[in-house]
Write a protein that binds this ligand. Structure first.
Ligand SMILES: C[S@@+](CC[C@H](N)C(=O)[O-])C[C@H]1O[C@@H](n2cnc3c(N)ncnc32)[C@H](O)[C@@H]1O
Length: 253
């Protein structure tokens, strides 16, 4: 299935901006929870490779691979990070015989179905004592009308593909019966301008081609939203009226 927000240049630029904020937080999360040498690490749904480069740095693993289904993201990742390996793999069907000391996913489960079964499948790809790090969206809170509108549209778009943007809320239930080493909900305030800079590329890029958006919302409504986001973006304010809550879970086998 096509990734909800597409793999255009603007989608890659959006992921770069988001990674610049979340990479240091993710690296701290990973470093805090691994106590043994990591020989082989994989980044599931690596996109243009920023999360893979973060994973390589945080683990110090000699072999790090990024898996994604998008040819264009993989090409981009390979050019940007030539010291890392990127492969076209459906993360729902990891190659049978491959094992890793660390598996990591970020902003991936929000776009997939059958996540509960998937976590169990991924655990089978860990070496004994390996770690599965999950770094997924639990909620985004704001009272700013334009942000609320953007989030309502995104949520409906993801739901139309039978996935859950806020999958982090469901992860504790999905992890029942598994060996959970750590689970937290971490709240991160984001400046309004930065949030707008993450939202804008979707309205300009992915939404334009979406059948769902075209039928559910008129052009005028989307154009007005884009104008309002653009205004907040160009204002360059450091004020924050929006927070991201990430569900971070470490599993082992
Ligand atoms: C929101 S992006 C996250 C990229 C990266 N993890 C990051 O944090 O910057 C989600 C990525 O998952 C990929 N993806 C979605 N479903 C996939 C699947 N079944 N197999 C492999 N990659 C998939 C998309 O192509 C996209 O690059």
């Amino acid at each position: 299935m096509r990734y909800t927000f597409g793999d255009s240049l603007s989608a890659a630029e959006r992921l770069r901006r988001i990674a610049a904020f979340f990479d240091p937080l993710a690296a701290d999360f990973i470093r805090k929870h691994h106590d043994a040498a990591v020989f082989r690490a994989a980044d599931l749904g690596c996109g243009p490779g920023y999360s893979t480069a973060m994973l390589a740095e945080a683990t110090g693993a000699p072999e790090v691979v990024g898996f994604d289904q998008s040819k264009s993201f993989l090409k981009d990742a390979g050019m940007r990070f030539p010291h890392l390996t990127f492969r076209r793999v459906d993360v729902c069907q990891l190659p049978n015989d491959e094992k890793f000391s660390v598996l990591y996913c970020r902003f991936l489960l929000s776009h997939l179905q059958n996540c509960e079964a998937l976590l169990r499948k991924w655990l089978c790809h860990l070496v004994p004592g390996g770690r599965l790090y999950i770094d997924e969206l639990e909620s985004i809170s704001t009272e700013v009308p334009v942000f609320k509108k953007y989030l309502e549209i995104s949520d409906r778009l993801v739901s139309s593909q039978h996935a859950d943007l806020y999958v982090g809320r469901k992860l504790p239930a999905y992890c029942q019966g598994l060996k959970v080493l750590s689970a937290s909900s971490d709240v991160h305030p984001v400046s309004d301008s930065l949030a707008a800079s993450w939202f804008l590329p979707n309205t300009v890029g992915a939404w334009k081609d979406s059948e769902f958006i075209r039928s559910a919302y008129g052009n005028q409504e989307i154009e007005a939203l884009m104008g309002d986001l653009e205004a907040i973006y160009t204002e360059s304010t450091t004020q924050s009226h929006i927070t991201w809550t990430m569900k971070r879970i470490v599993l082992t086998n």
